[in-house]
Design a protein around this ligand. Structure first.
Ligand code: 9MR
Ligand code: 9MR
Ligand code: ZN
Length: 782
């Protein structure tokens, strides 16, 4: 067929429409006439770019034969798509006219479907043809117009599964595949280019006393900016733009506007010349309260093995069958714990990291955590954050083998379809004990001992016994031990060394017991960094420097302290030299985690030194997560003006909208899924993020990305809430042991009123109960 004339019109930039899901698209549209959108179309040198998908009993292999793609089908399975040959990530623009052509044949007569479809969602076909194949190659050659909304990650698919007839083994040959955009005169390319706000702020807001900056880009000749009260429209502050420096990681030039002087609580937005206004944000003391609560309650909604009560995300009990220990016929009960992420696996290593963050959050600021999060344990006299952590700890106990070693994970063989948890019903498999899981387990059980002692001595003792058992196992098995058994394709959470895990375990054991053998171990080890699931040395350092009665002159203390300070110095320098303030120099899978954890380390460094620069940098990490970043997105679902609508999170995908209070993984420049490859191709590193549910490498959520957000909020937050003297429940303008007596009498109902109710409500949850007694004792050093 003769080529049609290719017409191209420059896309007309749309007037500044604000889109709900903002992340820029950098698709490079070919500037030359009608090039083939299929990069490997003649199969002269292999199958590159093509793949085979199998499910529901389908079985096939993909190769080439005489310069043709050869799909050898040994079983057609049960459904039409049980065997598919495919080519991924094809840009189709609405109203574009496409020329589609290929040769196809089969060694047996059969029916197949050739189509280009949505990859995800409803899997709608954008173009479709039913084909009766014979051994004689036929050429399919036609043009079609893309009628649906533009989809730049469509998938070319040949359905070669069960089309109704029984079939023997056979081979399907495909060759000379051409797909060209031949007429784009009616294409509006701007629809696939989401909005990049020119003025970027923390969309949730700033605390009055904190440093407050906005980032400005696309500046032409503006030199000043104004802060406007969103209710009264009064300009409350005008300042000068500074900076104007190149930001290589975001490939843009950025100016800064500092409006720290605005401290009056209220709602504001920022204006600058003819640029679009910033999103509205708040200044106030309590602006992170709901966010903090939701960041913890999200973990309740991730609970496994129990019925979940929630208007939107409630579901019946899930994953409550016995699990088989890999390579054996032995079955054990490992029900409970939290689903890890957008998938429903339960993994000890990241679970331990998440629990550690929660306990350090509580440790940093116990007064922030109430008993009213609307979880089943609310009102039981134990802070809900500790109840929530305990749910995971109890599951972890089930993961401890007789030997004291701890199984690495429990999942099904493969990741499930996009279903609710109770509908993942494949058999559960427990993978072997690993030394990393065992050491992480030891560390958090030792931590738990200390934190639950105030509330439930039996449970606390049980935690310590378990920790000791794990420690003994580690002593007896000094080698690093992790195997990822063949055939299980879920997350591996592998490692190459367990030295940092053992350091953390020793530090927590020393802190819990004060025994010299742990101290001796610590003396022999170097203090390492890391507050993630793979590198955990930083938690060991935290344990040491925040321990009561530690000898501050000791080498063990000095090593841990200097590790924290030197990491804080690096993070502070990176943050100060970056217009958006994040401490990162590179963006990997889950980059929001190192943003949050560097903020945690900076907060601890601040508490050790009083150096305000550390606290400022810690707050900058929070500002980044909540919207002051190059993609102009608040990375927590349900917060700010533009936040992820389509997280890779099976419950959200099943229910049809995002669960609230989840921190997504964020920017990842490695483009490790189809959506990231389609939408972020050519994007600068700091902008590789896409709010698409298929983008598990940028838009998934995990328990251990949420937990450092909780911890960062707690660590950066000041505990003081009111004018009264905190703790002065008897109203004598002093806080002392008499207040404790009054509080206890009130709880035992010996007195029916108290002078200053709220002064005694130390965790501010509106209830005077035993939690406040514990907090008051702590405050009085009793
Ligand atoms: O849903 C899975 C997610 O939790 C993982 O982080 C991700 C990477 O391991 O994989 C997701 O599952 C995908 C699988 O790897 C490949 N087939 C499609 C699955 C859903 O996108
Ligand atoms: O968080 C993990 C990230 O650091 C790794 O680069 C990535 C690929 O191995 O896996 C991430 O963990 C995923 C896990 O394997 C399965 N559950 C979802 C996790 C988040 O994407
Ligand atoms: Zn479950």
């Amino acid at each position: 067929m003769k080529k049609q004339i290719f017409r191209r019109f420059a896309a007309i930039a749309s007037a500044c429409a604000v889109m709900a899901a903002a992340a820029p698209v950098y698709t490079v549209v070919p500037a030359v006439a009608a090039s083939n959108l299929i990069s490997n179309s003649t199969f002269e040198s292999g199958t590159a770019g093509w793949g085979v998908y199998k499910e529901s009993g389908g079985s096939a292999t993909l190769g080439t034969d005489n310069g043709r793609l050869a799909l050898h089908v040994s079983s057609i399975g049960k459904v039409t798509y049980a065997v598919q040959a495919y080519y991924d990530i094809i840009p189709l623009y609405q109203n574009g006219v496409y020329h589609f052509k290929y040769d196809i044949s089969s060694t047996v007569d059969r029916y197949v479907e050739g189509m280009i479809q949505q990859n995800g969602g409803t899997y709608q076909a954008y173009t479709w043809k039913g084909l009766n194949l014979t051994s004689q190659p036929q050429t399919i050659d036609y043009t079609f117009t893309m009628e649906a909304e533009s989809d730049i990650m469509a998938k070319l698919v040949f359905n070669c599964g069960n089309e109704g007839d029984e079939l023997p083994e056979h081979t399907i040959y495909i060759d000379n595949v051409t797909l060209e955009l031949v007429d784009d005169s009616n294409v509006d390319y701007s629809t696939t280019k989401p909005y990049e706000p020119p003025i970027v702020v923390n969309q949730v807001g700033y605390k009055p006393e904190n440093k407050k900056t906005a980032v400005f880009r696309k500046i032409t000749d503006e030199t000043t900016f104004s802060v406007v009260n969103a209710d009264t429209k009064a300009v409350v502050y005008t300042g000068n733009l500074t900076g104007g420096e190149r930001n290589g990681m975001a490939d843009e030039t950025d100016w800064i506007g500092d409006f720290s002087e605005v401290t009056e609580p209220g709602k504001y937005y920022i204006t600058c010349g003819s640029l679009d206004n910033s999103y509205t944000f708040e200044i106030g003391d309590d602006i992170y309260n709901n966010l903090l609560d939701d960041s913890v309650r999200m973990l309740y909604l991730q609970r496994c093995g129990t019925k979940i009560e929630d208007d939107e995300f409630g579901h019946p009990v899930c994953h409550n069958t016995m699990a088989t220990i890999y390579g054996t016929n032995e079955k054990i009960d490992v029900s409970g714990g939290w689903h890890d992420a957008g998938d429903y696996g339960r993994y000890v290593v990241p679970g331990a990291k998440a629990v550690a963050d929660l306990l350090y959050a509580y440790d940093a600021n116990p007064g922030l955590f109430g008993d009213n999060l609307n979880i089943p344990e609310s009102g039981n006299g134990v802070p809900d954050i500790l109840d929530e952590a305990r749910y995971e700890l109890e599951w972890m106990m089930k993961m401890q083998a007789e030997s004291g070693g701890v199984y690495h994970k429990v999942t099904c063989e493969n990741f499930p379809a996009y279903v609710m948890p109770q509908n993942e019903t494949a058999s559960l498999i427990v993978t072997p004990v690993s030394s990393t899981a065992t050491a992480d387990f030891c560390a958090v059980m030792a931590m738990a001992y200390e934190f639950y002692l105030d509330f439930d001595t039996d449970f606390a003792e049980e935690c310590l016994n378990r920790a000791e058992k794990a420690w003994t196992y580690l002593e007896q098995n000094p080698e690093f031990d992790f195997t990822d058994p063949a055939g299980i394709t879920t997350g591996s959470y592998g490692d190459t060394s367990d030295t940092d895990e053992r350091y953390w375990a020793a530090a927590q054991m020393y802190r819990a017991t004060g025994e010299s053998k742990y101290y001796t171990t610590l003396e022999s080890m170097s203090a390492s960094s890391g507050l993630d699931w793979m590198k955990v040395g930083g938690y060991g350092c935290f344990a040491i420097v925040t321990m009561d009665n530690i000898d501050k002159e000791s080498a063990v203390y000095a090593k841990a302290e200097s590790r924290i300070i030197s990491d804080a110095n690096t993070a502070q320098k990176n943050s100060a030299s970056n217009p958006y303030g994040e401490s990162l120099k590179k963006y990997e899978w889950g980059s929001n985690m190192p943003v949050a954890t560097s903020g945690m380390n900076l907060s601890i460094a601040y508490s050790l030194t009083g150096n305000e620069d550390y606290l400022t940098a810690a707050n900058e990490q929070l500002n980044y997560l909540l919207g002051k970043n190059a993609v102009g997105t608040c990375f927590v679902t349900g917060y700010g003006t533009v936040s992820p609508q389509n997280p890779h999170h099976r419950p959200s995908m099943s229910v049809g909208h995002a669960m609230k209070g989840m921190l997504v993984g964020g920017v990842n420049s490695a483009l490790e899924d189809s959506a990231a490859k389609a939408y972020c191709a050519g994007a600068p590193a700091a902008k590789c993020y896409i709010d698409n549910s298929e983008s598990y490498s940028t838009n998934e959520i995990t328990i251990y990305w949420n937990s450092p957000l909780t911890c960062l909020l707690a660590m950066t937050s000041a505990a003081d809430k009111n004018e009264q003297i905190e703790g002065d429940i008897n109203g004598d303008n002093e806080f002392n042991a008499a207040d404790l007596v009054t509080l206890q009498k009130y709880i035992l109902q010996r007195i029916s009123t108290v002078e200053n109710y709220s002064a005694g409500d130390l965790n501010g949850d509106g209830i005077l109960n035993s939690i406040d007694v514990v907090l008051m004792r702590k405050k009085l050093f009793i």
